[in-house]
Design a protein around this ligand. Structure first.
Ligand code: ZN
Length: 314
C-alpha cells in the first residue's frame, strides 16, 4: 500500500510518466519478481562508505531511539466494547508517550488511576447491578504492592525510625485473634515514640515468643527451607496476613466491590485484549505513514475504534 500510495502522487506519476498508479496486486507481484523484499531498515550495522567492498564492519548495536512511539492502555469488555460511559463522555482509554523526556513510564500508580477511570463507565452502565471481573496479564508491573503493603522484606528486628517504601508507614497487621496490630509505637511512647516496633516485638505480640528470639534473617535471607521457622523474617513472611497481601490493583478493584484476576504467567494470548490490539495495529498499518504525533494519535484512536463489540466477542 505504501508503494501504491507513493506512485499515486501526481508529481510522482508525472515524473515517471505513469498514466495511473499500479494496483495493489501489481505492487505486490513486481517487486518480488525483481527480487526485492519489503521490510524496514535494520539498525545495528553502519557502513562509513570507504571500506573495501569485501570487508564489512562488525555489526554495532545502536541505541534504540525514543522516536515518537505512543503507548495505549485501555479496557474492553465483550458486553460494552472499549469502556466508556453511556453518553461517551468518559472513557478508560489513555494514550501515553513513554520515554524519559516525555510522559515518563506507565507506572502502577498510572494504572491504578486508569482503573478508577474504567470502573466509572462500567458502573454507569450497570449501576449497582453487576460485578466487573478485571483480567490482567501477569506482568511484574501489575503485581506491584501498594506503598503501605505488608512486607517483611526489609523490616528491622529492633525498634527503629523506619518506614516502608517511599517513607510511607506500613499498614496494620492482623493479630491471631483477628484484631489490628499496630506496627509503630505511639508518638508519646517514653522510649520509642513513633518508632517501628521491629520484628521481635511484632512476633511477641502475636504470641510467637520463641520465634521472636531467632536471628533477624538467615545468611543473605537464603533460608534452607521456605516453610521453616528459621529466622524472624521467614516466620513473619509466612504469617497469614503477610501471605494474604494482594497487589495494589487487586486491592483497588476489590475496594470498589469488583473482582480482579491474572492470566497465567507468559500466557497473555489468553487475554482477548491481545487480539484487539492485533486487529487495531493491522488497521493502523493500513493508514498512511506519518511522523506527526497529532496525526498518529488520531490514527490510533480510529484504528482502535474499528475493533467493535462484535469483533471482540469473536
Ligand atoms: Zn531463615
Amino acid at each position: 500500500m505504501d508503494i501504491v500510495r507513493y506512485l499515486s502522487q501526481s508529481e510522482v506519476k508525472a515524473h515517471l510518466k505513469l498514466e495511473k498508479a499500479p494496483s495493489e496486486g501489481t505492487a505486490r507481484k513486481w517487486p518480488k519478481r525483481m527480487e526485492f523484499r519489503y521490510g524496514t531498515g535494520k539498525n545495528g550495522m553502519y557502513i562509513d562508505g570507504h571500506e573495501r567492498e569485501d570487508i564489512s564492519e562488525k555489526p554495532e548495536p545502536v541505541q534504540k531511539g525514543e522516536g515518537a512511539s505512543i503507548m495505549v492502555s485501555d479496557f474492553c469488555s465483550p458486553d460494552l466494547g472499549w469502556l466508556q460511559s453511556k453518553n461517551g463522555e468518559t472513557e478508560a482509554r489513555i494514550l501515553f508517550k513513554a520515554g524519559k523526556s516525555r510522559d515518563g513510564y506507565f507506572s502502577c500508580e498510572d494504572l491504578c488511576q486508569q482503573i478508577e477511570l474504567a470502573i466509572e463507565p462500567f458502573e454507569d452502565h450497570f449501576p449497582g447491578t453487576a460485578i466487573a471481573a478485571f483480567g490482567f496479564d501477569n506482568a511484574p508491573g501489575h503485581q506491584k504492592w501498594a506503598d503501605d503493603a505488608l512486607s517483611a522484606r526489609y523490616m528491622p528486628k529492633y525498634p527503629k525510625k523506619w518506614t516502608g517504601k517511599k517513607g510511607i508507614r506500613m499498614r496494620n497487621g492482623i493479630l491471631p485473634n483477628g484484631q489490628q496490630q499496630e506496627f509503630y509505637y505511639p508518638d508519646n511512647h517514653p522510649e520509642f515514640g513513633g518508632c517501628f516496633k521491629g520484628m521481635k516485638k511484632i512476633l511477641e505480640e502475636r504470641g510467637l515468643t520463641r520465634e521472636a528470639n531467632l536471628n533477624a534473617e538467615c545468611d543473605k535471607f537464603k533460608c534452607p527451607d521456605p516453610n521453616a521457622a528459621c529466622c524472624c523474617r521467614q516466620v513473619l513472611f509466612n504469617q497469614p496476613d503477610f501471605i494474604a497481601q494482594k497487589p495494589a490493583i487487586v486491592e483497588l478493584i476489590e475496594s470498589h466491590g469488583h473482582i480482579a484476576f491474572f492470566y497465567p504467567k507468559f500466557h497473555c494470548e489468553l487475554n482477548f485484549i491481545e487480539q484487539c490490539w492485533g486487529y487495531a495495529k493491522f488497521q493502523y498499518r493500513m493508514l498512511p505513514w506519518t511522523k506527526k504525533e497529532a496525526e498518529m494519535e488520531k490514527n490510533i484512536w480510529e484504528s482502535l475504534d474499528k475493533v467493535d463489540t462484535e469483533k471482540m466477542r469473536r
